[in-house]
Design a protein around this ligand. Sequence first.
Ligand SMILES: CC/C=C/CC(=O)SCCNC(=O)CCNC(=O)[C@H](O)C(C)(C)COP(=O)(O)OP(=O)(O)OC[C@H]1O[C@@H](n2cnc3c(N)ncnc32)[C@H](O)[C@@H]1OP(=O)(O)O
Length: 292
Amino acid sequence: MALVAARGTLLRAGVRLGTEAAACGRNGTRRSASHRVLVEPDAAAGIATIKFKNPPVNSLTLEFLTELIICLEKLENDKTFRGVILTSNSPGIFSAGLDLREMCGKNPAHYAEYWRAVQELWLKLYVSNMILVAAINGASPAGGCLMSLSCDYRVLADNPRYKVGLNETLLGIVAPFWFRDTLVNTIGHRASERALQLGLLFPPAEALQVGMVDQVVPEDQVHSTALSVITQWLAIPDHARQLTKSMMRKATTDNLIKQREADIQNFVSFISRDSIQKSLQMYIEKLKQKKS
Ligand SMILES: CC/C=C/CC(=O)SCCNC(=O)CCNC(=O)[C@H](O)C(C)(C)COP(=O)(O)OP(=O)(O)OC[C@H]1O[C@@H](n2cnc3c(N)ncnc32)[C@H](O)[C@@H]1OP(=O)(O)O
């Protein structure tokens, strides 16, 4: 049902599914899955690199989310690919997280559609059968960080500007339970409690220390490191690795699946509050003022 909704959004966005989405294809040439998601397939290696291309900051607009979901689904169903690297086409910004404008000044139906797409992306990532490695080549707050936390392994470029973390409280909003669970599953309860309450954004050395990322490497080695990690993981028999991953993660996703509609309703009523809308508008203003 979620995918049907996603396809509806894509079609409204004027993206042709038959050809472009199918171009998450096999041969070694660089092909574009859609406007905002570039896919570089290496069929011989069984690895595809997904590059986010939603300028200026790869924020998760509904259209970008939808294209990403469909692309992941295509790769998942195409047994050629056993591993995927997620990275940004614009080094400097991995992803600015959820698109603030999708959560501001819109109607409840829009918020519900948007939140369903956010849930869907997380579900697709968190229990993917493929090996997912995040090659984090830029800043990655909030929803950007969630995407990388949903992967199996995270490599972060060593640049003090590239901070990662769930900073929702700084915006006056609250990370939902499944963001929390993803973080707790990665860095543990106490570190998550502190990081979530304070909305901490960790620079590389601290991110490594707390376990938000698995490796910090020089910027020009992020992709090659991700590739070598995926190659190591590919040596493990798929069925055993996939069952183990499912055993580790299924309870977390089941928890959302069983209360998905309630979670959407919670989000819609939370985000529609005047006080929350005001906080978000102020945050957007602050981002604008930072420039001047
Ligand atoms: C319950 C709900 C849970 C929500 C989870 C979330 O994901 S909420 C989103 C949280 N995201 C952030 O807090 C990131 C905010 N952005 C930044 O900190 C910086 O933009 C960033 C990513 C570090 C990049 O900095 P840079 O200096 O390179 O760019 P700049 O700030 O000038 O931004 C360029 C334009 O992009 C707009 N923008 C930034 N982030 C977002 C966003 N998340 N959604 C929508 N738009 C965003 C920014 O306003 C600028 O727009 P402009 O019109 O050019 O002024």
